[in-house]
Design a protein around this ligand. Structure first.
Ligand code: FES
Ligand code: FE2
Length: 418
């Protein structure tokens, strides 16, 4: 891992000047300053990441009362837990006494969370159950000292968290993709595999890589053989249109091809991006696997292969690539200035049995390998961007259009608060 030096003269004033300079020069990659400054990183957490809706986990991973999963964001930790009454809560993993983590294991089942430091005990709904010997403190009211909360929304089995307790609604925006997303019946889907890829690069470099397919032809040979996204729209329009013309009839799902785009500055509310488009696979390829042939039973309500795949975005940092027989979720979370967790989750139909109906290696092959290719190219990018002589070049107007939407949102949001 490369060590990144912070500029010694860094300040809010400098950040403002740098932001202004970028806004005056649209269409270009941004300066290395934004990938190197600890001050910028802290602003990003406060103003972007902690105000955005993030995928946390699937309902099946916290199915029973007391089941929980931790979500690590930056240096912070959020507990996603199902309480005794079956309700899901997002609780800040910070004791209300003197701040110790109340839960260390990344997942499990608990009747209560007991702080390891002085033994305060919290219920799974976050309320303080017991604070040892604190009754002698006059006026101490346990109900004032429950674990702090984040906002939580469950949509089609996907649990989303927003660290802002007053975050604007996300369910309403998500409703706009209910028809195509509903096809996969994710609520009853099964997590076939889940893996965290720690990338030694600033989170923006990792996300920016995901937001463009300019690199697909050069970095992802296996992917590029099957997916039309590696080409400009005009070159693959007939393939995509033919797929869209047949998709409803073949899949049996009304609205399967319906596109929707409200992301970044166009999002209905801050941090509530929603996107769907259905794009084509080349002739002879049915799904995203090593040879393009099915690797699991058809998902949800889908009746047959239409030669298409669904491209979804839910919030600024969470995405899905949905094939008729499996779905792949991506989430990007900063862990430090130079470390990012890229979480990949593979879903199959809820009834599918591993080793009988699907082989986990086959389901994960394409996107595991593609992710490793991305990790390689992102870390090379990070080295170059952090070198003294880096000068940002122009974005490709079509291939890197979404990336520019992200960068505009990023610059506008930080400059509004700076
Ligand atoms: S810090 Fe948790 S009980 Fe003291
Ligand atoms: Fe990639």
């Amino acid at each position: 891992m490369k060590l990144i030096a912070t500029d010694v003269d860094d300040s809010i004033q400098k950040m403002n000047n740098m932001l202004r300079a970028e806004l005056e020069r649209p269409g270009h990659a941004i300066a290395s300053y934004f990938y190197r400054s600890h001050l910028v990183y802290q602003q990003e957490l406060t103003e972007l990441v902690f105000r955005s809706w993030l995928y946390a986990c699937h309902v099946s991973e916290i199915a029973a009362p007391g089941d929980y999963q931790l979500l690590e964001i930056g240096e912070d930790s959020v507990i996603l837990v199902r309480d005794a009454a079956g309700e899901i809560h997002a609780l800040m993993n910070i004791c209300r006494h003197r701040g110790a983590r109340v839960c260390e294991e990344s997942s499990g089942n608990r009747k209560t969370f007991v702080c390891p430091y002085h033994g305060w005990v919290y219920n799974t709904d976050g309320s303080l159950k017991a604070a040892r010997e604190m009754e002698i403190l006059e006026g101490f009211d346990p109900s004032d000292h429950g674990l702090k909360r984040a906002s939580v929304v469950v949509f089609m089995g996907l649990v989303f968290v927003n660290c802002d307790p007053g975050a604007p609604d996300f369910r309403g925006p998500l409703q706009n993709i209910a028809q195509p997303l509903g096809a996969y019946d994710l609520e009853h889907a099964k997590v076939a595999h889940r893996q965290t890829y720690r990338v030694d690069a600033n989170w923006k470099l990792v996300l920016e890589n995901y937001l463009e397919c300019y690199h697909c032809a050069t970095s992802h040979r296996a992917y590029a053989r099957m997916h039309t996204l590696k080409e400009r729209d005009c070159k693959v329009e007939p393939i995509v249109q033919a797929m869209l013309d047949r998709t409803e009839e073949v899949t049996g799902v009304k609205g399967m091809g319906n596109g929707y785009e409200r992301i970044y500055l166009d999002a209905e509310a801050f941090g509530a991006c929603v996107y769907h488009s259905r794009y084509g696979l080349y002739d002879g390829f049915l799904t995203g696997s090593e040879n393009g042939q099915p690797v699991a039973p058809l998902m949800g309500h889908i009746q047959d292969y239409d030669g298409g795949a669904g491209d979804f975005q839910m919030g600024p940092l969470s995405f899905m690539l949905n094939y008729p027989d499996h779905c792949v979720l991506y989430r990007f979370i900063p862990r430090s200035l130079t470390a990012t967790d890229m979480e990949v989750v593979w879903f199959v139909n809820g009834d599918a049995r591993e080793g009988v109906d699907y082989d986990r290696e086959k389901v994960t092959w394409l996107w595991h390998n593609t992710t490793l290719e991305d990790e390689y190219i992102i870390t090379r990018n990070s080295e170059g961007v952090n070198s003294h002589f880096f000068e940002p070049g122009p974005y490709h107007p079509e291939f890197e259009a979404t990336l520019q939407q992200f960068v505009n949102w990023y610059l506008e949001t930080l400059s509004r608060v700076a």
